[in-house]
Design a protein around this ligand. Structure first.
Ligand code: SF4
Length: 244
């Protein structure tokens, strides 16, 4: 990056993006959420150096989760009637009994928060066996509360069930094609944030595939800095943790 570009970048970093609260229409809100997160992702990646991949990965994870909260506030402003229709409540954990597939950044956020590493060695890549592991989620506490709540993946922040009895039924029945009933309009807002960051990854050829949360956290627990450096350099550090 030449000096003129650096100067411009610094100026952009000092300017404040348009606040979501000043935006009114659905299309404007969607565009703003997406473009702000796209830009934040670029800015954070711009600070990547040979010795700070772990820090950069944590900053990326934090930015997605912070932007998720902003997106949910914007959604609430647009659809004020939705939150009262939602059935998700503290210590309700039906969705935690499913195998959690998340983005790598979600695993980064959880792994960075752990005081003790998650130790797990994958025995087989057999598809059927793979579907059975980490059910329930390894971070579900004995009291059915999330032990990594502050750092929980985006999907755990954004799951907005509109029928908890159906959540229970689909988990207990183990139907092959099961789907938690959700308010898809509201749920889409946090998804926008994630998609903006994943779009940058796609353009830079950084792995954006979904991973099994427990497997990815166990991988990161082995050597957080080395694994994140390999991943952000475009490597396949999470190959063993993908589901497809
Ligand atoms: S991370 Fe927490 S909220 Fe998400 S599935 Fe696991 S226990 Fe549940």
């Amino acid at each position: 990056m030449n000096r003129a570009m650096k100067k411009r970048l610094k100026r952009l970093l000092r300017s404040s993006p348009p606040a979501i609260s000043r935006v009114n229409t659905l299309q404007e809100t969607v565009d703003t959420i997406y473009s702000q997160q796209y830009r934040r992702t670029l800015e954070i990646l711009d600070s990547l150096a040979h010795d700070n991949a772990g820090t950069v990965a944590k900053a990326l994870a934090h930015s997605v989760h912070a932007a998720c909260a902003e997106a949910q506030m914007a959604a609430t402003r647009l659809y004020p009637e939705v939150p009262v229709q939602l059935n998700c409540r503290a210590s309700c954990a039906w969705c935690c009994y499913e195998q959690l597939q998340v983005h790598i950044l979600d695993a980064v956020g959880v792994a960075a928060s752990l005081s003790a590493p998650l130790d797990y060695q994958l025995e087989t890549r057999n598809g059927n066996e793979l579907k059975k592991i980490f059910r329930p989620c390894p971070f579900l506490g004995a009291d059915t509360r999330c032990t990594v709540y502050k750092h929980r993946p985006l999907v755990c922040r954004a799951y907005h069930s509109i029928d908890v009895t159906e959540c229970q039924r689909v988990v207990e029945s183990q139907e092959a094609a099961r789907q938690v009933p959700m308010n898809i309009r509201y749920y889409g807002f946090p998804g926008l944030v994630q998609e903006a960051t994943l779009k940058v990854f796609e353009e830079l050829t950084i792995d954006r595939r979904p991973v099994v949360l427990g497997l990815a956290v166990a991988t990161l627990s082995r050597d957080f800095d080395r694994i994140t450096a390999h991943w952000l350099a475009g490597g396949d550090a999470f190959e063993e943790t993908t589901v497809s």
